[in-house]
Design a protein around this ligand. Structure first.
Ligand code: GLP
Length: 241
């Protein structure tokens, strides 16, 4: 595990975007696993800048998002579909048909999970999986538990997670109670994992995830078993390491 700590958000964003840009420059067909939440926004901004500067093209790349809320229309302002359109897809040259996000409005959610997992399998190994982390150690929407599900599945969101994400909704009660998420097994299949964490409020979970015991009670700790993880931290998030 390669842990890098940055003095400024700009430096962190440039490093994150630089890793993704370098991948696309050597492999224009790269399969990107993408994440939502506040954490990756600055990296997406840098990627858009790199695209506008002509440094990188996403024309032949494909993307697979980690998760999506259940019950929100795609057009809902807080859906992860809308998030990705706003922050990245509408501003780069990626082909819309190669941007994949689970459908949280599917009539048959179990069938949708199977479809998404099969799509991932058939598309080949993800080259780089971008990840943030929840305060309780969740990755994607894999919440801490005694056991974890390997593949894409429906999850019940913890209250703590709903509260943390309420800032993206008009009122807290609008935060869905369920989501579809890639499983930890799905995530760990990626060739490389790029974990990004910012802020003092994540310092304790960063320590647990990277240096604590490997346990399903901290899903991010399972990243310790992956052979190629790069962690980008700001100073606050890395302050307890
Ligand atoms: C959300 C997302 C995760 C994200 C995490 C942290 O619930 N499902 O993919 O990494 O919580 O979010 P943030 O980056 O906003 O702190």
């Amino acid at each position: 595990m390669n842990i890098l700590t940055f003095q400024t958000q700009d430096a962190l964003n440039q490093a994150g975007a630089g890793i993704i840009t370098a991948l696309l420059q050597t492999n224009p067909n790269a399969r990107l696993g993408l994440a939502t939440g506040g954490t990756p926004v600055g990296i997406y901004e840098e990627l858009v800048r790199a695209y506008q500067a002509g440094t990188v093209s996403f024309q032949n790349a494909s993307s697979f998002n980690l998760d999506e809320y259940i019950g929100l229309e795609r057009t809902h302002e807080a859906s992860y579909y809308t998030f990705m359109q706003q922050h990245l897809f509408s501003q780069i040259d990626i082909a819309p048909e190669r941007c994949h996000i689970p459908n949280g409005k599917a009539d048959d959610l179990d069938a949708e999970c199977l479809r998404y997992e099969k799509l991932l399998e058939d598309s080949g190994q993800i080259d780089l999986q971008l990840l943030g982390i929840g305060h309780n150690g969740h990755i994607g929407f894999n919440e801490p538990d005694g056991t974890l599900t390997r593949g894409t599945h429906v999850v019940q969101l913890r209250e703590q997670t709903r509260e943390a994400n309420a800032r993206f909704f008009d009122t807290p009660d609008q935060v869905p109670t369920q989501a579809i998420t890639m499983g930890v097994g799905t995530i760990l299949k990626a060739k490389m994992i790029l974990l990004v964490v910012r802020g003092r409020d994540k310092a304790e979970i960063v320590k647990q995830a990277l240096q604590g015991p490997i346990t399903t009670e901290c899903p991010a700790s399972l990243l310790q078993t992956h052979p190629h993880v790069v962690v980008l931290l700001d100073q606050e998030a890395g302050s307890l390491l």
